[in-house]
Design a protein around this ligand. Structure first.
Ligand SMILES: Nc1ncnc2c1ncn2[C@@H]1O[C@H](COP(=O)(O)OP(=O)(O)OP(=O)(O)O)[C@@H](O)[C@H]1O
Ligand SMILES: [Mg+2]
Length: 354
């Protein structure tokens, strides 16, 4: 079997290994919250070029600025915000890759940097933009290596792998080298690698980046099933509101390194009043449909066959609209468009300024 010395495509992330400090067994409490961030801050020092000179000026970039957050075990949290908001930096501090500049992090009761090795047994991490698989080895071999790092018995490994292969539909490419996989195949492989040791906390940094709708839905379905089976805590970042909708009960919005919104997903859109858009194509042209809602919650543009219905508010749901439409016309096709997270974040800031 191959050894961990094989080159990996990306930097080492979650599995144990490397230069972890001595055992810190016993320092974590079973009852500790999944994540506690307290006044967390992280600066990066960069050398910026100076115009007209070959010198470089020292510059401090504040990536995370005073973030406090408490996540209980079993929660599902979508951590969203624009590019550069500080999401990945926060995750790197949670997983022990980066030391905070100030403030504290506790993950499952542990201090991630000194206790990284222990934490790696209890959390599963996916960085969508990087790989934790061995690029030149068949996918199956990466799982063998990871399983031995996690000290899984053969029986436990095979049982878990069977579940992952079935749930993530990996069967068709388990024996192919990772570098030959399509993005969607690799991402499913990454998720399986992160979940192989059945971690209690799953941290996903843009797990659906670059995936088509079918692959996204498949991945989301499996993540939901696995969570339902094992009761894990889920923390994910994404630019796709669909991920948050399907996977999270709570949403935390970050902007410029600070928390701009933290609350249940159900009240998020409602409070913002951001409309969703349902586009319906009818079998036969119809002038206007009689739909529930008021002028403030519903706006319809119709051109006979195609009806674009923008709707907002808690009482106007897709099933309610479809029930009304089906009473009046036959539907040939329909599509639902969610507002982009970036639009919602912008609205939060506009609202705060007001
Ligand atoms: N290694 C680094 N050195 C210097 N600056 C960095 C480094 N990593 C991140 N930054 C800066 O810190 C800020 C936050 O970056 P981070 O990667 O955490 O954002 P993000 O919310 O994950 O963004 P994205 O949605 O694009 O992934 C940005 O201004 C970024 O340019
Ligand atoms: Mg990021």
């Amino acid at each position: 079997m191959s050894t961990p010395e094989h080159s990996r495509h990306g930097p080492s992330t979650s599995p144990p290994g490397g230069t972890a400090p001595p055992d810190a067994r016993g320092s974590a409490s079973e009852s500790a919250p999944a994540v506690v961030l307290d006044r967390l801050r992280r600066d990066y020092v960069v050398r910026a070029p100076v115009a007209g000179s070959r010198r470089r000026r020292r510059q401090v970039v504040r990536a995370v600025d005073d973030v406090s957050l408490r996540i209980e075990r079993g929660e599902t949290v979508g951590f969203v915000g624009a590019n550069g908001a500080g999401k990945s930096t926060t995750i790197k501090m949670m997983t022990g890759i980066l030391q905070p500049s100030s403030g504290t992090v506790r993950v499952l009761g542990r201090d991630p940097v000194p206790e990284r090795r222990h934490l790696a047994r209890e959390i599963g991490v996916v960085f969508g933009q990087r790989s934790q698989l061995w690029w030149d080895l068949p996918l199956r071999d990466s799982y063998r290596i990871l399983a031995s790092m996690h000290r899984l018995t053969d029986r436990v490994r095979e049982a878990r792998l069977e579940r992952l292969v079935e749930g993530l539909d990996l069967g068709g490419f388990l024996n192919r080298p990772v570098r030959q996989l399509s993005l969607g195949q690799r991402m499913r492989g990454e998720v399986a690698a992160a979940l192989l040791h059945s971690p209690g906390l799953v941290v996903l940094d843009e797990p659906t980046i670059g995936l088509d709708m079918v692959s996204k839905e498949g991945l989301r379905r499996f993540l939901r099933e696995d969570r339902a089976e094992r009761g894990t805590t889920l923390f994910l970042t994404t630019h796709d509101m669909g991920d948050v909708e399907r996977l999270c009960d709570r949403i935390v919005v970050v902007n410029s390194g600070t928390v701009a919104y933290d609350g249940p997903l159900e009240s998020f859109r409602e409070r913002l009043g951001a409309p969703r858009e349902l586009t319906v194509d009818l079998e036969e042209p119809a002038a206007a449909l009689d739909l529930p809602g008021t002028a403030s919650t519903l706006a319809v543009e119709a051109d006979g066959i195609r009806h674009r219905i923008a709707f907002s508010g808690a009482e106007l749901t897709v099933p309610a609209l479809l029930t009304a439409i089906n009473r009046q016309a036959e539907v040939r096709d329909l599509a639902l468009t969610e507002p982009a997270i970036e639009d919602l974040v912008r609205q939060i800031y506009a609202r705060d300024r007001r």
